[in-house]
Ligand binder design. Structure first.
Ligand code: GRF
Length: 212
């Protein structure tokens, strides 16, 4: 079984979908930069160890960050899965875990990196929006893309209604990618992701985009 740890900052709805749909991987630990992240309840219900780091418990932002990344370095895992983790990872940490950190972002990357993606998609009159799972590199939301799911923007969408439909797709896309990772159905070489025949067929059926 592939061992993954999941990093969250808040709600944890992606964590929940990763827990519920774990077929080929095991979540060995959940870590948060907020001790009160509500998503921790999902970890507790599933008997997954949770470590939350309250900023107030540390005298500086630097110490807070150091505590988080020191703990992670001690954990036993194959991959780090970011699910709504709002910190920018330290560059040395990203290098240390090269190609072993995966993130989900609520837009069709490379469009709309950064925050408030749903609002921006509406403001910029996008007809199509969605979510992307990608490897994490030193640049924000810029690592090699693994898979994406599209969502059509409706005339009367608000950021909230659009976010809701994108989130629904996130909840099937993310566990699907991690299950495929565990089955070695794709690999990354020199920033290029290649896929097994099986994964390409499954993507078509589930309406997910590869080589995006
Ligand atoms: C999701 O929209 C995800 O794409 C983004 O942060 C949000 C996290 O939501 N990275 P949740 O905490 O998983 O509910």
């Amino acid at each position: 079984m592939l061992k993954v740890i999941v990093l969250i900052s808040g709600r944890g709805s992606n964590l929940k979908s990763l827990i519920d749909q774990a077929a080929n991987y095991q979540i060995t630990h959940v870590v948060s930069d907020y001790a009160d992240a509500s998503g921790q309840d999902y970890a507790r219900e599933a008997n997954i160890p949770f470590s939350g780091f309250s900023r107030q418990a540390y005298s500086s932002k630097k110490e807070h960050r150091q505590a988080i990344y020191s703990l992670i370095r001690e954990l036993d895992f194959d991959y780090i899965v970011l699910a709504g983790f709002m910190q920018i990872l330290p560059a040395d940490f990203v290098q240390e875990y090269h190609n072993r950190i995966i993130n989900i972002h609520p837009s069709l990357l490379p469009l709309l990196p950064g925050l408030n993606t749903h609002q921006r998609a509406i403001a910029e009159n996008y007809k199509t929006h969605g979510c992307t799972v990608h490897f994490v590199n030193e640049d924000i939301d810029a690592g090699a893309r693994i898979a994406a799911a599209e969502v059509q923007v409706k005339e009367d969408d608000t950021a909230e209604t659009l976010a809701e439909r994108v989130l629904k797709r996130e909840h099937s896309l993310y566990p699907w990618v991690i299950n495929n990772l565990a089955q070695k159905n794709f690999k990354i070489q020199a920033s290029t992701v290649t896929y097994s025949e099986q994964m390409q067929q499954d993507a078509k059926q589930a309406n997910f985009l590869l080589n995006c």
